[in-house]
Design a protein around this ligand. Structure first.
Ligand SMILES: [Zn+2]
Length: 378
């Protein structure tokens, strides 16, 4: 079985958003109660006992008003947090579970689908205790997809989302890749990549515009009362902060959209994609002191999208060694040009007659090296 989550924007009524707020609050309350009971018990017994949300429903009757599965999931989360905290697996290892504050904790809860309690229609998503919430169903699930759970959240900009987790049988893909349908990509610090045909994959064009908007909003924020440390945050400050957060989110969405678009295009068009396995740390120093553009353009994320999209299609992503001097070799005759180490030289000129943009020459070398590696594997 395979899983896929799709995140939908929700438009709750006032009543529904009140219920969401109640549920977020109850989840936080139960989490804190369970954590504190565990800690108390540890003091006397030396063990962290199992605690369940049901225990608190008499003392706090408002807990009965909200989705009980949301509370059950809080229990599971807390148990997982304890497990991870004491895990020997370094990757999973986490800090000790902390209490959740009303101001800073994430506003979200997860509920499970029990025989249709969570369902999708054309313009809404049905949730337990909430009813049908107006939603933009920008993507329909497949016919045989089954809903497992839904996570409702409210982002820092105030918008509501439901991330719906679907389960479905793994489709069998019988496509056989055409090894001659190949392309090489070289990372470009001022865009996204240059391919072996000389095409430039750039970041979205609205990026600079959004950046300007963000800078302006941040300047405004810095003039509101509350921007200084220890200063009481005024209502106007909070209002402006929400604006800044909204722009941040917008930029992040634009960037992600663009990376998805570009990676899907390439994965649809080519069967073999050769790239340089890049060390992101060294990469942010590569270039002309424009570390900002480098870190912002999300090349690493782009590569991981390419990897799974190609693999979904039975196609190949080949990573050439990062020490392979792709930008210094003339792709025509193989002469090494150490002068190309200087990133300011944008064009490679070789005695054999080649004159070419440095990135395209590098992309062709990456393609050749990738195909060589692929042939070696086969
Ligand atoms: Zn040459």
């Amino acid at each position: 079985m395979a899983n896929k989550a799709i995140k939908y924007r929700l438009y709750p009524t006032t009543e529904q958003s009140i219920m969401f707020a109640k549920t977020f609050g109850c989840c936080r309350k139960v989490y804190n109660l369970m954590l504190s009971d565990k800690l108390e018990a540890y003091k006397s017994t030396g063990k962290f006992p199992m605690v369940t949300p049901a225990k608190y429903k008499t003392e706090y009757p408002f807990l009965k008003e909200v989705d009980s599965l949301a509370l059950a999931n809080v229990q599971l989360n807390l148990q997982a947090a304890f497990r991870n905290c004491f895990s020997r697996d370094r990757k999973k290892k986490n800090g000790f579970p902390k209490f959740k504050s009303a101001k800073h904790s994430r506003r979200s809860y997860t509920t499970n689908n029990q025989h249709g309690t969570v369902s999708l229609s054309d313009k809404s998503i049905r949730l337990p205790k909430i009813g049908a919430v107006k939603a933009v169903i920008h993507r329909r699930p497949g016919d045989e997809w089954h809903i497992k759970s839904a996570t409702v959240s409210q982002e820092s900009d105030g918008k509501y989302y439901a991330s719906v987790l679907f389960e479905f049988a793994d489709p069998v893909n019988t496509y056989v890749a055409d090894m001659t349908n190949a392309i090489g990509l070289d990372y470009a610090s001022d865009g996204l990549y240059v391919d072996s045909n000389g095409s430039i994959g750039s970041n979205h064009k609205y990026y600079r515009e959004s950046q300007k908007k963000l800078a302006k909003a941040q300047r405004r924020l810095s003039r509101k009362q509350g921007s200084l440390k220890n200063e009481t945050k005024s209502n106007n400050y909070m209002k402006q902060l929400r604006k800044v957060n909204r722009i941040h989110r917008h930029i992040a969405n634009q960037r992600l959209d663009n990376l998805h678009k570009k990676s899907t295009e390439i994965a649809n068009q080519y069967d073999v994609v050769c790239v340089e396995s890049l060390n992101m740390k060294s990469m942010s120093n590569k270039g002309f002191g424009n570390g900002k553009a480098t870190l912002d353009n999300g090349y690493g994320m782009f590569l991981s999208m390419l990897e799974y999209k190609l693999s979904d299609r039975n196609k190949y992503l080949i990573k050439a060694d990062k020490w392979f001097p792709s930008s210094q070799i003339c792709h025509c005759c193989g002469t090494l040009h150490p002068e190309m180490k200087d990133l300011h030289i944008r064009t490679i000129r070789c005695g054999c007659g080649l004159t070419m943009n440095r990135d395209q020459n590098a992309a062709i070398n990456i393609l050749t090296e990738g195909l060589r590696m692929l042939a070696e594997k086969a």
